[in-house]
Ligand binder design. Structure first.
Ligand SMILES: [Zn+2]
Ligand SMILES: [Zn+2]
Length: 129
């Protein structure tokens, strides 16, 4: 019986667990979850490499916590956030305001949410009106 190993954590994969593809690697379910995020607009799963990518969008839903006004922003450079004493804060010069929060955004209680490649380019092309 040959054992299967996760390409990311080198952990042994249980027999009832199937490996998932990630960037040409075979990874276990736990790593898959760590390496993915859910887009706060379409709620679909996207690889973590898309999260916070330059050109992608973030939705700020609780301005008080982040030091910028509520709205949809495009990330224009890194780093775009830092950890303050209590909350994560955003660098105002690293993000560009696009418009108000579009309908359907759900950040699940977090002050900020990330959007996937697809939603980001869709919203940027229509100017998020
Ligand atoms: Zn793993
Ligand atoms: Zn999306």
């Amino acid at each position: 019986m040959s054992k299967e190993y996760c390409d990311w954590c080198d952990g042994v994969v249980e027999e009832d667990e199937s490996l998932s593809d990630y960037e040409d690697m075979e990874i276990c379910a736990e790593c898959w979850y760590d390496l993915h995020f859910f887009c706060c607009l379409c709620q679909s799963e996207a690889p973590e490499v898309q999260q916070g990518k330059i050109g992608n969008c973030i939705a700020v839903t609780h301005a008080r916590d982040l030091g910028v006004k509520i709205g949809l922003y495009e990330i224009v450079e890194h780093p775009y956030y830092y950890y303050g004493y209590v909350f994560m804060n955003l660098y105002k010069d690293s993000i560009r305001y696009i418009g108000p929060i579009p309908d359907g955004i759900d950040t699940e209680g977090y002050p900020m949410g990330h959007l996937c490649n697809e939603c980001s380019s869709k919203l940027k092309s229509i100017g998020a009106m």
